[in-house]
Design a protein around this ligand. Sequence first.
Ligand code: UDP
Ligand code: BGC
Ligand code: MN
Length: 317
Amino acid sequence: MGCCRHLWRSRRLWRSRFSLVLLAAAFALSYAFFVAPSGPQAECPVVSPFFPLLTLEAIRKKRSTSVSPGGFYRPPDCRARHRTAIVVPYRKRLTHLGALLDHLHPFLQRQQLHYRIYLVEQWGNGTFNKGRLYNAGVREALRDATWSCIIFHDVDLLPEDDRNTYGCHQDKPSHLSVAIDKFAYRLYYPQAFGGVVAMTPDQFRKTNGYSNQFWGWGQEDDNLWQRVILSGMQAARPPEAIARYKMIKHERDAGNERNPRNVDLLRRTKLDWSSDGFNSSTYKLLSKELEPLYTHLMVDVGKKAPPYLRGNTTTPA
Ligand code: UDP
Ligand code: BGC
Ligand code: MN
């Protein structure tokens, strides 16, 4: 019996040793699969090497192989159906500009367009005037070539669908940014006409362009909508499912605060539209540089008139 008890004990010992070994093996295996690093052992750097892609210089390196100086392109294998000038009003939105250029060049090339991107920068720290920048941008773009289409483009809007063609409808000015993520991808109101708009040069002349009087944020786009109607045209929109955009998130810019006076000006559109616009636009072109990914126009649009002069058009000093 003594011998058997001994045997029994040692068998228990072996059994527990065996389960210990099993446990260790299971532990080692799961460590190897789930915990131990696979692939390169070196830790990733604190600052990712991909971050510089956000600088304009890095985006230029990535994109300028296909684009000519000035942000110009034409398809190599066929004649483009649209010759499009993209005009972007701009001041102090460098990261947005990088994202736009990185996104827009391949987008426009997939659409086989003949195009050029114009960045119209407002010089100085005065109140922003988007309408004046657009009028100046169109005037300068038309000096360069006979564009069949002009696209008026906020710097922070990225088109999501390649079927949203950056060309013009022959009879109707088009509102292209119908469904923006910021507005839950729905048209924000029936007369919305801001963000991204396409017009032929003739349509633009017919509306007399943008008003020069809307300083600061708001209503210059509603004013353009009224100009389209007053000049006897109708606006077109691509379907909501196609005209989709992401707006890069941002705060309201310093120097572009909401201007309550613009609401009053909007009520006067019918009286003012034929005398205030593209035909009365004044500006000073301070420089024109052919950057690798865009044509850079630096423009002095003048200053907001002091209260006693309000209503009169100002000219740059
Ligand atoms: N913008 C700019 N710098 C400014 C203010 C405006 O570049 O300081 C340009 C830019 O193209 C921008 C557009 O004007 O997308 C419209 O302004 P914002 O984006 O503030 O208007 P939103 O449509 O977002 O209300
Ligand atoms: C303003 C427009 C603006 C729109 C969307 C409207 O109330 O009048 O200028 O584009 O809101 O933000
Ligand atoms: Mn915006």
